[in-house]
Design a protein around this ligand. Structure first.
Ligand code: ITT
Length: 205
């Protein structure tokens, strides 16, 4: 049993593979379908982009596809980088470049304040998942989020993206210091997946 996820993000692929393995399902990603054209993510919301990715790939393959659109919303930046999280430091930017841009931007706002490990700003990770079935035109959508703080020094080597800068006070750890299981249990993606599963089980097609 295989689930196709319309993603090229290796961090996401790992997390979905781990989550679906628990229910005996295999995950394929866009790395298994290298000939499919790239989807232009020009939507204004996570939901718009997730639907666009799921629908484009599902229509190309003729089978249901799952897509994930997610990002980091920072309070002091009025919700930025938001839907632009993957390309905050420019098209094709690395995680390192995006993290540096985030710290540079917040650091500049913080000048003059002199604390040791400052919590630079409250922030949320947000994830919207969409499954699109090209045969029935049916859309299933679920979302999840998690609250934390952006810290000034990266910590930890797990996860991906902004995880080393996303501090969870209740654990005294960043998202990158959690195990895969721990991250899954509390993350935006883990929560969205849980919601998606419960919708599917309440309303099987
Ligand atoms: P696909 O569109 O191919 O799935 P992407 O990386 O472009 O990959 P998004 O457009 O959804 O995906 O951007 C999500 C970005 O938000 C991602 O690149 C990270 O920078 C950040 N992000 C999302 N989930 C995250 C997580 O669990 N931990 C850290 N950063 C995350």
């Amino acid at each position: 049993d295989t689930i196709i996820v319309a993603t090229k993000n290796k961090g996401k692929v790992k997390e979905f593979a781990h989550a679906f393995a628990a229910i005996g399902k295999n995950v394929q990603s866009m790395y298994d379908y290298p000939d499919l054209p790239d989807v232009v993510e020009d939507g204004e919301t996570f939901a718009d982009n997730a639907l666009k990715k799921a629908k484009t790939v599902a229509l190309a393959l003729g089978i249901p596809v799952l897509a994930d659109d997610s990002g980091l919303c920072v309070d002091k930046l009025d919700g930025a980088p938001g839907v632009y999280s993957a390309r905050y430091a420019g098209e094709g930017a690395t995680d390192e470049a995006n993290n540096k841009k985030l710290l540079d931007t917040l650091g500049q706002m913080e000048q003059g304040e002199d604390t040791e490990q400052p919590l630079l700003s409250p922030a949320q990770f947000v994830c919207t998942l969409v499954v699109y079935d090209p045969e029935t035109d049916r859309v299933i959508q679920a979302s999840g989020d998690v609250e934390g703080f952006i810290i000034a020094e990266p910590r930890g080597f797990g996860g991906f993206g902004y995880d080393p800068l996303f501090y969870l006070p209740e654990y005294d750890k960043t998202m990158a210091e959690l195990t895969m299981e721990e991250k899954q249990a509390i993350s935006h993606r883990g929560r969205a997946l849980e919601q998606l599963m419960s919708q599917i089980s309440r309303n099987p097609s």
